[in-house]
Design a protein around this ligand. Structure first.
Ligand code: NAD
Length: 329
């Protein structure tokens, strides 16, 4: 039997990759997907071109904060995978209102609609940033939420709202908290595509503070694998961390990107004032998803990064207009 999945934010970076994968040749074959996406500056219909003619694909342009639309769509679906969010930390520092509206009110609108419509499984996509910052070791899923930016605070709020519908109403809610994703179709305001596209244009790259902030990099294919394990095999009311296993300081990452693009440090790197409240290090403990669901990141970072650089080199038509859009929005 075909499972009908409502995917929110499916025109964005991770959501579109999830949709292309599930409806692609390696997909499970028993799913139909409707994407609900507002098409904000970060949403790009072209990300879904590959699956547009798939008989199991549908697209609705709309807002997750619209209870009428959400209620109607919930009634037509079995499961929800919820990616839609305002996702860029720097924008949340400039102004958090849209982050609270979309990430908090939007998630509540969806989860409430899911409860009323009797949705079977609701997967809420969250982030490791909800745990705060950690100097040593890694967070298990039971670690208290100590978010620091308006973005991560809004995401933490949405996690709590989603999980409250499990505890209060028994809705099958599953939460994933992933580390920093990278790969093709990544909006060029985020560090890896921003640096690659700047370097391909012979421009400088802006390195925050002392460059010592550490992130764990997760390839988009591995993230999609983890999300679908949680959707198909995870347990109701549970949280699953998803990491990639490649920890790098921003300085180390910059060095690798310069090398891949044939640029050198002195002419291409510009140190800029650090991001306000910049979390020093994120690190998730992925024991639970590995042991319980058999998750294993497969893409080694050197290969993933080389493929990503090659994709941006070959797909200027995709990212050039987006850089202009990012500057205007
Ligand atoms: P993205 O910014 O690329 O895409 C977000 C999508 O949501 C866009 O298509 C946008 O149009 C849509 N959207 C925004 N507001 C909406 C609204 N009100 N109604 C309907 N659609 C709306 O984001 P992404 O990087 O693909 O991230 C997806 C999810 O993963 C987010 O929830 C984010 O918090 C989480 N996450 C991302 C990362 C990462 O490294 N990119 C890491 C951890 C967690």
């Amino acid at each position: 039997m075909t499972t009908k999945i409502l995917v929110t934010g499916g025109a964005g970076f991770i959501g579109s990759h999830y949709v292309r994968t599930l409806l692609g040749p390696q997909g499970p074959g028993d799913v139909a997907i409707t994407v609900l996406d507002k098409l904000t500056y970060a949403g790009n219909p072209a990300n879904l071109d590959e699956v547009r003619d798939h008989p199991g694909f549908g697209f609705v342009q709309g807002d997750i904060c619209d209870p009428e639309l959400v209620g109607k769509l919930m009634a037509e679906h079995d499961q929800v995978v919820h990616f839609a969010a305002e996702s860029h930390v720097d924008r949340s520092i400039d102004g958090g209102a849209e982050f609270v509206r979309t990430n908090v009110v939007g998630t509540h609108t969806l989860i409430d609609g899911a409860h009323r419509a009797g949705i079977k499984t609701f997967v809420h996509i969250s982030t490791d940033e909800v745990y705060g910052s950690i100097d040593e070791g890694s967070w298990p899923e039971t670690h208290p939420l100590q978010p620091n930016s308006p973005y991560s605070s809004a995401k933490a709020s949405s996690d709590l709202i989603a999980l409250s519908y499990h505890r209060t109403h028994g809705l099958d809610v599953r939460v994933t908290r992933c580390s920093n994703n990278y790969g093709h179709h990544h909006f060029p305001e985020k560090v890896i595509p921003l640096f690659i596209s700047n370097l391909l244009d012979g421009k400088k790259v802006p390195l925050y503070g002392d460059g010592g902030n550490v992130r764990d990099w997760l390839h988009i294919d591995d993230h999609v694998q983890g999300i679908d394990l949680v959707r198909t095999k995870g347990r109701a009311g549970e949280v699953y961390n998803i990491g990639g296993g490649t920890e790098l300081s921003n300085k180390e990452l910059t060095g690798l990107l310069l090398e891949a693009c044939g640029a050198d440090w002195d002419t291409s790197v510009e140190y800029v004032t650090d991001r306000k409240g910049h979390d020093r290090r994120y690190s998730v403990d992925c024991t639970k998803i590995r042991t319980e669901l058999g998750y294993e990141p497969r893409k080694d970072f050197a290969t993933g990064l080389a493929e990503t650089v090659a994709w941006y080199r070959d797909n200027r038509d995709w990212w050039e207009p987006l850089k202009e859009r990012a500057a205007l929005s």
